[in-house]
Design a protein around this ligand. Structure first.
Ligand SMILES: Cc1ncc(COP(=O)(O)O)c(C=O)c1O
Length: 376
């Protein structure tokens, strides 16, 4: 059946008008999958055993998961009561927008950012408000603060910003929060926090207690390499999470995911986790340097991905430093069996993956530019 086939039943026109979230596709056998910001390493030591020995899958998992929530809470200096689990942090994003923003309300985010943001409030009838990034691919926090209205119910801050890379600085975050009404929910989406090396970047642990209207989101999908198990968490006021739970799909977090997350937090697993994060950060930094050597203006990369802007989207005097066409560059990668994520008219996001993928990335971009006779 074609994608354009009409549904056989009456569905909401506003829902039909919005394209569904598109997952990164699978690469060819010879290539790399660098399109979904996944972790190239196998799960941490102890995780495979924890999954294999979780025998009670004939039962629903006990949803409270106090041991895991307490372990996460300890990292933030709060009790497990302040921790909310879900089948991926994206599920918490949905819950929070639904809990806070109804018909006629709006939810705000920088754009481009995580591709799921625009449709988060669709089913609740709330209106998305994407505020353009600055020329350096960062949140324009002044413009975002200026755009807050009486109907703004949720503000999503993505740090580091997926897909462009820069993290929010603590000082800028503090200034922004001072302009946000204290009864407006702010979500600090730190899905990639473990990869951040900028000491000036904001960190959920450091700012949570000062802002009762703040929820910090993290995930086991990225640095912990458990994307396929679907487990993420929020840290914040328990009353906010009670409302989130009211609109959540019940019983979504599996016992296997719970066991895998707990096994990822043992001292032995943490040690390997730290080494692997350092390896990914090292690859990221080498990738950024290699792309910049080709003349491309790569924004500060603080996650496990790098951003190659389209020249036309840079809008700066050095606009020669991007690629002319994101889709064409992604096609050049596809031709060598490798998947990256193009954002039409904006740029290309490349996840930091296997060591061997680095040379292939640089070679592919170099060749792409050479065929064009240099950067656009
Ligand atoms: C910024 C951001 N937030 C949240 C998520 C969702 O992650 P998960 O649902 O796997 O925890 C992603 C996934 O790519 C992301 O990029």
């Amino acid at each position: 059946m074609s994608d354009n086939a009409l549904p056989p039943v009456r569905l909401r026109a506003d829902v039909l008008a919005v394209p569904a979230y598109r997952q990164g596709a699978a690469p060819s056998a010879a290539g790399f999958k660098l399109s979904s910001n996944e972790n190239p390493f196998a799960p941490l030591p102890g995780v495979a055993d924890a999954i294999a020995s979780r025998g009670d899958v004939n039962r629903y998992a006990a949803a409270a998961m106090p041991e895991l929530r307490a372990a996460i809470g300890a990292e933030f200096g709060v009790s497990g009561e302040y921790v909310h689990l879900a089948a991926g942090s994206v599920a918490i994003l949905y819950q929070l927008v639904h809990a806070a923003a109804g018909h006629g309300d709006s939810y705000m985010y920088a754009w481009p950012s995580f591709e799921a943001y625009p449709s988060l409030g669709l089913a609740s009838g709330a209106t998305p408000a994407g505020i353009a990034l600055t020329a350096t691919a960062e949140h324009d926090l002044d413009a975002m603060a200026d755009a807050i209205t009486e109907r703004t119910r949720v503000i999503l801050l993505c740090t580091p910003n997926n897909p462009t890379g820069p993290a929010l600085r603590r000082a800028d975050f503090d200034r922004f929060m001072a302009r946000v009404p204290s009864d407006t929910l702010v979500v600090l989406d730190e899905a990639y926090r473990e990869f951040v090396t900028d000491p000036a970047a904001v960190r959920g642990e450091d700012v949570l207690s000062a802002h009762p209207n703040l929820v910090v989101l993290r995930t086991f999908s990225k640095a912990y390499g458990l994307a396929g198990l679907r487990i993420g968490y929020g840290v914040g006021d328990p009353a906010i999470f009670r409302a989130a739970a009211s609109v959540a799909i019940p019983l979504s977090v599996t016992g296997i995911a719970e066991s895998a997350a707990l096994a990822s937090l043992t001292p032995e697993a943490r040690e390997v986790h730290t080494e692997r994060v350092a390896a990914i950060v090292d690859r990221r930094d080498r990738l950024v340097a290699g792309l910049r050597e080709l003349g491309i203006t790569v924004p500060d990369a603080q996650g496990n991905f790098v951003w190659i802007p389209e020249a036309a989207d840079l809008g700066t005097p050095d606009a020669a430093a991007g690629v002319p066409d994101a889709l064409a560059l992604a096609a050049a990668f596809a031709a060598v069996g490798t998947l990256v994520r193009p954002f039409a008219g904006k740029g290309v996001r490349i996840s930091v993956g296997e060591e061997d993928s680095l040379a292939l990335i640089i070679d592919t971009v170099r060749e792409f530019l050479a065929q064009l006779g240099g950067a656009a």
